[in-house]
Design a protein around this ligand. Structure first.
Ligand code: SF4
Length: 116
């Protein structure tokens, strides 16, 4: 059985501020393959770190995400993420999205795909 942990947050009091920020011009994430060789021979926890989406459309005043990515949210293709998780062959997956619930329907699609 595989366990999946999703990091990030699920609420934001700063929505009005986020609406005022311009969307950042950043490259799409489709086709991006993480280089996990940097983890080799390190003694990190045996969890597979995977990112489905990057960024957040909100701008909570205490959070640094919008300083990096503006109000953009870039999502990797679902199939790529599922394939990557399957290839990792790890018992534990750590989803390191900034705000995985930013788009609830995309998050639901991922969790449904992983539960099959
Ligand atoms: S990721 Fe940052 S800006 Fe987005 S909801 Fe969470 S705390 Fe707020």
């Amino acid at each position: 059985m595989r366990s999946i942990v999703a990091a990030g947050c699920a609420r934001c009091p700063g929505r009005a501020l986020a609406a005022a920020l311009p969307a950042a011009k950043l490259s799409p994430l489709g086709g991006v393959i993480p280089d996990r060789s940097i983890f080799r021979e390190k003694h990190y926890a045996p969890a597979g770190l995977v990112q489905y989406g990057r960024g957040c459309r909100f701008a909570c005043e205490f959070c640094s995400i919008h300083a990096f990515y503006g109000s953009s949210l870039r999502q990797r293709p679902l199939r790529e993420v599922v394939t990557e998780i399957e290839a990792l062959q790890r018992a534990h997956i750590f989803l390191v999205d900034d705000n995985i619930l930013m788009d609830g329907s995309l998050a639901k699609a991922l969790f449904q795909a992983l539960s099959r």
